[in-house]
Write a protein that binds this ligand. Sequence first.
Ligand code: MIC
Length: 649
Amino acid sequence: MNDHAGTVAHQLIAAHLIDGDMVAGEEIALRIDQTLTQDATGTLVMLELEAMQLDRVQTELSAQYVDHNLLQEDFRNPDDHRFLKSACNRFGVWYSRAGNGVSHPTHMQRFGKPGKTLLGSDSHSCAAGSLGMLAIGAGGLEVAMAMAGEPFYLTMPEIWGIELTGELPDWVSAKDIILELLRRHGVDGGIGRILEYHGPGLNQLSAMDRHVIANMGAELGATTSVFPADEQVERFLRSEQRGDDFTPLVAEQDANYDRTDCIDLATLVPLIARPSSPGDVVPVSEVAGEPIQQAYIGSSANPGYRDFAIAAEIVRDGRVHDDVSFDINPTSRSLLETLMRDGYIAPLIHAGGRLHQAGCNGCIGMGQAPASESNSLRTTPRNFPGRSGTQDDRVWLCSPETAAASALAGTITDPRSLDRQAPRIPEPDDPIINAHNLIAPLPESIARSTDLDKGPNIQSLPDLAPLDDELRLPVGLCVGDDVSTDEIMPAGARVLPYRSNIPRIAEFVYEAVDPDYVSRAKKLGDHIIVGGRNYGQGSSREHAALAPRHLGLRLVIARSFARIHWQNLVNFGVLPLTFEDPGDADKLKAGDIVVLTALHAQLREGGPVSATLVGDDHRLGLRHQLSHRQIDVLITGGLIPWQRQQHPH
Ligand code: MIC
């Protein structure tokens, strides 16, 4: 009997369990109903489907969004868009055209369904937990497997009940709730856990408010976040003219959680995450008065109608400060039309807002980079160093209320200090629904004869060698705690166009951390990276595993790993090990040689893995948390060769 039986998360997992026991820490296999891919990760997914010789996706629904690589400086990004469209035609996938909208809210509006599982090649896919779905971010290869009808393997998480009580005060909104959790628990507080929200405070949170909270569960490192499918979800689906897709899903009366936390919403104040970690959260009032150069509205972390409408109300009849760039990033074309209809775009523009196309845009450094060493206030989910496209950036994360109030003042401003009544704006009951830019899959008979349209920048996946039984490897790089995938494999307008070209994108690995890493790795060949706690936090980009693997990375030894990156390393044949004694991390330096013998047997035995440091008597005690399946995957050289071995043609 599980402690958490009866929770929403338990019910969702139980209904999709193909293999394994629902015991925290054990590997389970789940059936995936829906998949989501976006362009920056989707090109590899489609190449992987090609490598797997897939005929047609086996999911109930798969959708591909073009929302990240929207700047078209040359042929590369538009070639990727065209390739993706051809791949959607070929494999039977919905295609959301460039500029149609950010994947997560768009998926929620058009396709999200309570009770279903969703696997997405974007770490913020967990946002769909707002609808009572089990929605998980994963590396592209995992998503490709799910599209092919394979189960998704996952370490069974603990279920963490977060009870919400009380009423949100004026000027405090959903973003402040998730920032409060990040303040309490930090960027690794959610690792190995599903956050399930419950309690009377839920009633006042619309489905889109819940999206804000579920989305940034990724910043806590959580496996996912789950909300019940209740009246708010029903109201949302009805407003999207999809009332028939509603099925209630709530926790049973006597449901227990593995651990609990409680937030009295009435006690919250406007919060802000300081540069450059989503976990470094303080009250806005503590940092008020700092001059800013940018205020940024939009992204999957604040995608709702009310997020833009509130900002419009705040700046209405006002004027953005002379030193501030006020960047408005609508989440979707439908939202933009609805905001225009209801008169909320004009005040934003009139006050000085710069209106950009619907998409992820500056959130991932695709334009809108801030000026050097200046403060940028954003409603986006992440502020890892350099992610904005500016090396010495100072990005802060906050609510639209705080961003808009600060845009007027030119300094960080607590919205409660505005001399006016707080606007309260609900999500609309009748949003404009524009499905013109969502292209349905072709019938199978036509799809089969469709060719993939690959431009010259699109390269097939490199072949990867199996993992040897004996390794003698030099340490190529040592890094500290909380290294994000933005630091391992930078994004931004310069690098993103190479997402479908692994040899080329590999030239940028660890660029800002150690500009010599790439040339050193090339000289060393096979090598090790040593990391600290929460290694690889942040995005799902498998390029952060595959590109260093292409440069010869075979082993990462860290104090601990972020979930998705850990899985991505395994999928591309890089062995992730942790230190038995975390202090050992400080003993290793670049150039040291580490030897592992009888490695396959050591891994299979499941106990400590022993290694030696050449020229030193010190025995390194290492550990792994790999399942037998993952060990086989690693030994075979990664998930693609393993899959081929399982299903020989
Ligand atoms: C992000 O927010 O970091 C991204 C860009 O959406 C990534 C995906 C990517 O790197 O393409 C994510 O969150 O997984």
